[in-house]
Design a protein around this ligand. Structure first.
Ligand code: NAD
Ligand code: UDP
Length: 396
């Protein structure tokens, strides 16, 4: 029996396509590859310097002795280990594909003020040839930017108790209306946001002047399994990942969670699996996605970082069956935690009008539920390795 054709949002059949996915070995890339393999007929040319997070899709599954095991998607994903900074194979891979998705970036805040040059090169200079090859070869591009291009909210400049701080006009972030507000140059935190903003402007200009078909994605704190690394286990001991992995590491080691400057900044967190649904809609609905910039986040999941810590402590205690540490959180200054030049976004609520209208997408998963499944994964994946590492360091 012939397979039923997949239809796009306008009822037209979706033709199988070849996707060059740069940064496919990272957190978002690994989930997107999984989704594309499990639910679509598309082929992925997966480009990255690492492949640990997509190995389960590449390697044949374990099977009974003597039998040839295959994934159902066998032959539809190929890994190309290359650094896009200096590899002439990149243009060939883009030419072979119908669509390029660029996820490659340095995107951990601990790097922005301590490695600003690497951050700017990675997010602007290294992304330039990708945009140029797509434009010159008339290939579609989905480029991953960030919600951080909005910087600080307008409301953050009002006095603390000013009533307009409560007016959504002063804090909700809209793709086609909100300004991008960064701190001074010496606050090198903004090197990332500024590089991402400039590559967005360049891609937008390629669209306007040379007809590049593009979509820009602005993720608002996507979180879930496989995000970043646990220091000393599958990443450097002194490394500082993003907040989900920092707090997971503290919980796994039974240490207090560190609240930077008291954890007063606000964030909205969206479950990676919800967010990937939005990306798949963009991939398969070019007529609705081309030429647009999309916020992708969950405005209903807003918390302060302190509240996030409190919920994670509760959820982790439930999934691990262990009581919370006696001192659950401690305050640290941003200078002590991140070093000189750190600054922060105060609040990030995505406006959802454009993505609702173009793609009919809405996030589904509550903060409690997404933390429940993510911390269950963290506990299952890391608790034993942490226990052994801690026992070894006590013994030595
Ligand atoms: P990630 O660090 O897990 O993935 C990035 C991947 O790119 C890594 O596997 C890395 O090895 C690869 N890469 C970097 N430089 C490369 C190079 N020169 N050549 C080849 N590969 C290279 O990050 P992520 O969370 O998956 O983020 C993906 C994209 O989404 C980034 O552009 C990031 O700025 C953006 N973003 C993500 C979030 C989020 O919530 N996760 C938020 C804002 C923006
Ligand atoms: N943060 C914190 N403790 C940590 C790690 C991060 O209080 O151990 C704070 C950080 O200062 C920021 C927020 O958590 O206010 C989110 O940080 P993340 O690294 O996830 O990235 P961001 O949302 O700033 O891009």
């Amino acid at each position: 029996m012939a397979a039923v054709a997949r239809l796009d949002l306008d009822g037209s059949p979706i033709a199988p396509m070849t996707i060059c996915m740069i940064g496919a070995g990272g957190f978002i890339g690994s989930h997107l590859c999984e989704k594309l393999m499990a639910e679509t007929p598309h082929t992925v040319l997966a480009v990255d310097v690492y492949n640990d997070k997509i190995k389960h899709l590449l390697d044949p599954p374990a099977y009974a002795e003597g039998q040839q095991a295959r994934h159902p998607w066998d032959g539809r994903i190929q890994f190309h280990r290359l650094n896009i900074k200096h590899d002439s194979r990149l243009e060939g891979l883009i030419k072979m594909s119908d669509l390029t998705i660029n996820l490659a970036a340095i995107c951990t805040p601990a790097d922005y003020n301590t490695r600003p040059l690497d951050t700017i090169y990675s997010n602007f200079i290294d992304a330039l040839p990708v945009a140029r090859y797509c434009s010159e070869n008339s290939k579609r591009l989905i480029h991953f930017s960030t919600c951080e291009v909005y910087g600080k909210t307008i409301g953050s400049f009002l006095p603390k108790d000013h009533p307009l701080r409560k007016d959504p006009e002063f804090y909700v972030l809209k793709e086609d209306a909100s300004p991008c507000i960064f701190g001074p140059i010496e606050k090198q935190r903004w090197s990332y946001a500024c590089a991402k903003q400039l590559i967005e402007r360049l891609i937008y200009a390629e669209g306007a002047e040379n007809g590049l078909e593009f979509t820009i994605v602005r993720p608002f704190n996507w979180i879930g399994p496989r995000m970043d690394f646990i220091p000393g286990i599958d990443g450097p001991s002194e490394g500082v990942p993003r907040v989900l992995a920092c707090f997971s590491n503290n919980l796994l080691r039974h240490e207090p969670l560190k609240l930077v400057d008291g954890g007063q900044s606000q964030r909205t967190f969206v479950y990676i699996k919800d967010a990937i649904e939005a990306v798949l809609l963009m991939i398969e609905n070019p007529a609705r996605a081309n030429g647009h910039i999309f916020n992708v986040g969950n405005p209903n999941n807003e918390v302060t970082v302190k509240q996030l810590a409190e919920i994670m402590i509760q959820v982790y205690s439930k999934v691990s069956g262990e009581p919370p540490a006696e001192v659950p959180t401690i305050d640290v200054s941003s200078k002590e935690f991140y070093g000189e030049g750190y600054d922060d976004s105060d609040k990030r609520i995505p406006d959802m009008t454009i993505i609702n209208k173009q793609l009919g997408w809405n996030p589904k998963t509550s903060l409690w539920d997404l933390l429940d499944s993510t911390l269950t994964y963290q506990h299952r994946t890391y608790a034993e390795a942490i226990r052994r590492a801690m026992a070894k360091s006590v013994a030595s």
